[in-house]
Design a protein around this ligand. Sequence first.
Ligand SMILES: [Zn+2]
Length: 383
Amino acid sequence: MILAGVLVAGVGVGLAQAPRGGQSDGALRPRPGANRQPGIPPPSIIDYKPRSTLVIAEHPVPRAKFPVIDVHSHQPAPISAAQLASVVQSMDPLNLRILVNATGASGDALARSVDAIRSTPHRNRMVMFTNIGFRNVGPGFGQRAAAQLEADVKAGAVGLGEISKDFGLGARKADGTRLALDDPELDPIWETAARLRIPVLIHTADPQEFFQPLDLQNERWLEMALFANRRFPPDRYPAFEQLMAERDRLFRKHPKTTFIAAHMGWHANDLGRLGRMFDDMPNVYGEVGAVLYDLGRQPRTARAFMITYQDRVLFGKDSYQPDEFPYFWRTFETADEYFDYYRDYHAFWKLYGLDLPDEVLRKLYYGNALRLMPALPRDGFPQ
Ligand SMILES: [Zn+2]
């Protein structure tokens, strides 16, 4: 933290050098009346919802410009014909073409889930990923899980995942120790995914602020206060950077395995870092679920990033809430300014559109997913 006194003395300090998570120099500079207190009780952050007076063109986008594959959806597995019909009815006006059900099922449940979709008129609108329960990992676990993975792919799974954040944060080995992401016992799984040419959708850790103290400088204060299970204090959990290091060793150790880092690997707040990762690891892709608040608060940097890495990004939403998708379309497709995000506990700030070129939108929405998953239904997409 830069001392205010130093600034007042006029010592040359770059104005852009705000400390991580801190306030800018200007906000710290003492000013006349700076110690003034509100004459009426201040509202809580829950109550204060100022109405914007900005008058500016608005271009809501209820329907995506191109058909979309959501590679990170959570749906019942198996899903009933009636449930699927109802989901498809909500997908159509959004231009959602295929949902990847990444809730995960394997063995008999996976086979029944695949059959449940294939026995309906909507067989081309949803696909299944298989999953692995990382419990009691000990000698032989990796080989058994790899064999199950191969059987599940034969039964119709087109990918593996979502491997949840519990892998790394919570999962224990048979001997009681924490299962590290790069535990060599699991190598046969990743090697089998490479041989079968299926992607692995993996969610590692959570936003970095969830690992930081719940103080008044934490930009996720409200979310952490609302959800106790989104706090990862260091006395009970591995540090964010430890999980990132294990993840990166895993990605590097299996260069022939395609990994889709869910939620942009939680680096959407540091796209320089994510870009270096993509440069270093050609087998790694990013999925944009639940990080729209980070892309939309840096529209110029995010636009440049999405153009540079247009072959490495996939659309995913995670939680299936039909009314939330249009926020993604508007952020990706328009140059709108200062518009609302859909959850105040994710982000108390406004979003700005990235105005992505059509070529990039096509890859983000469906092109990259079709390339990574040759088994996906092809009908309904532009040639
Ligand atoms: Zn998910």
